[in-house]
Design a protein around this ligand. Structure first.
Ligand SMILES: [Fe+2]
Ligand SMILES: [Fe+2]
Length: 500
């Protein structure tokens, strides 16, 4: 919202003003000019006694009228029959009316009549301004509502694709910062385990992040708003016995809970307008609308994570049941999955890729379900024929995974997890970068677990031995970049605590 009264042209439509002035001029031997708040001409009756050059001639007097505008409603020029009166809107000057009479009457009575005439013209104009102001307010409200609607539509689109609560909080923060100027803003989410409120974002007007903080259930103004589900505006938090300091200065606070039904997901907290003004009900309405959108997005994100966790635990139990066929490969896929994720992180891949690689690694040996147990569990060296059967397992994995739409992007990675960097692997003898990076990662993780685990034909070897063996095969069986990432992770002891 703009400060101060609206412009003359926003209060009276120029056409309407012209009509009015023409009527006045038709009925009176006068000329009329209307100036804006800065002295700019808005309308001058033509032909008239107030041509631009005359206005210029009396420029200094006109300017002085502006200075006195609020003290005396009607001023008369000392030399000529020219009257000036301020035009006010809600008590603030929005312009100046100038009425120039044709002749300067000698007698006081006619002069008095002229002045009365000028006052009447001003009174009519004031009525038009008052009506215009009402209309202006109404249209501003409509524009405001429309802007609010557009904002919420935009926000809802931005939030719809989000399943990460932190990202949702970031988007909401940006949105609140766009619509409301404030010194500080924080978004707190409810910790479902403890009921505490944890700050996901606490940010100053300059974009600098504050230290994260946590409030106990029901603690502070936030806790009160969350418990009742009702938003709060506190003009001076120092006067509020429930206020808990959070590490940055706050005087006035607008706290809006993000609720869905009876459930409070968290709160949006906006503190201190930069000009020291109080928060208005309009500010509150806007933040409430944003909070409602945020609550839906947060609940959707929670449901998404819940369904994903359920899906992953189903996949895990399926894979573990396959691994369990062989006591020696018990939890193999789970460990390969963990190690692959660590390697992907070391290589600097984004979290979404890490997650997918972790899933692919978990499923990398799912095809072993189709390899006869006598081959899979054979303690002795495999015959050529048996080895060929064993080498089928990546293709069998592909056949299984292809059935599930959600696995479509990882099928290729699983297919190539037994390719060698120098092209001597199977099933397609791919070489170097032609092997998908996730497959090259899983390959190293798979070998690491195979070397360090007990097998029916030998004891598992130490991690140091495994590192040495893997390094020896860098550039031969394994991608040198992945081996470097592996060594780096090993030196940081990142493989401690894998499932056993
Ligand atoms: Fe395999
Ligand atoms: Fe494997």
């Amino acid at each position: 919202m703009k400060d101060g009264p609206p412009k003359m042209t926003a209060l009276i439509h120029p056409e309407r003003l012209e009509k009015f002035v023409n009527q006045v001029v038709e009925n009176n031997p006068v000329s009329v000019a209307v100036l804006g708040a800065q002295g700019e001409p808005v309308l001058t009756s033509v032909p008239g006694l107030l041509p631009a050059d005359e206005l210029a001639r009396y420029h200094d007097w006109v300017r002085s009228c502006f200075n006195q505008a609020s003290s005396d409603p009607m001023l008369r020029h000392p030399m000529i029959p020219l009257y000036a009166a301020p035009l006010l809107c809600q008590g603030s000057p929005v312009g100046l009316l100038l009425v120039r009479f044709r002749q300067d009457p000698a007698d006081a009575e006619t002069r008095h009549q002229n002045e009365r005439g000028a006052r009447q013209i001003r009174a009519h104009l004031q009525d038009l301004i008052a009506a215009g102001y009402e209309l202006f307010n109404l249209s501003s409200e409509i524009v405001r509502n429309y802007e609010e609607l557009a904002l919420l539509q935009d926000l809802s689109v931005k939030l719809s694709a989000q399943s990460d609560p932190l990202r949702i909080c970031e988007i909401v923060t940006e949105e609140v910062r766009t619509v409301l100027q404030a010194r500080n803003l924080s978004i707190l989410l409810t910790d479902p385990k403890t009921g505490d409120f944890v700050s996901m974002i606490a940010i100053g007007r300059d974009g600098r992040r504050h230290r994260p903080f946590r409030l106990g259930s029901g603690e502070g103004i936030t806790g009160r708003a969350a418990e009742t589900g009702q938003p709060l505006i506190v003009c001076d938090v120092a006067q509020d016995p429930g206020f808990v300091p959070v590490g940055y200065p706050i005087t006035s606070l607008l706290c809006v809970p993000m609720t869905l039904g009876r459930k409070t997901m968290g709160t949006i907290n906006v503190s201190d307008k930069p000009d020291g003004a109080e928060f208005t009900t309009y500010d509150l309405k806007l933040v409430m609308a944003i909070a409602a959108e945020a609550a839906v997005a947060l609940e959707n994100a929670r449901l998404f994570v819940e369904v994903k966790d359920l899906f992953l635990s189903t996949v895990k139990s399926l894979v573990m049941s396959i691994d369990a066929k062989d006591p020696y490969t018990h939890l193999h896929s789970l460990r390969v999955s963990e190690v692959s994720a660590i390697l992907a992180e070391e290589l600097g891949l984004p979290p979404s890729d890490v997650e997918q690689i972790k899933l692919a690694a978990l499923l990398h040996d799912v095809g072993k379900i189709g390899v006869p147990e006598r081959v899979l569990l054979k303690p002795d060296k495999l015959t050529r024929h048996e080895w060929e059967a064993m080498k089928q397992h990546p293709l069998l994995s592909v056949q299984i995974l292809e059935q599930v739409k959600q696995f479509s992007h990882i099928v290729k990675w699983v297919r190539h997890e037994h390719e060698h960097y120098n092209g001597t692997g199977y099933p397609d003898h791919l070489e170097g970068d032609a092997i998908p990076l996730p497959s090259r990662i899983i390959s190293v993780a798979d070998a690491f677990d195979a070397i360090t685990s007990d097998r029916c034909y030998r004891k598992g070897r130490s991690e140091d031995v495994a590192v040495a063996l893997l390094k020896k095969d860098s550039g031969i069986q394994f991608d040198p970049d992945v081996i470097r990432a592996f060594v780096s992770a090993f030196e940081k002891s990142r493989f401690k605590g894998l499932p056993e």
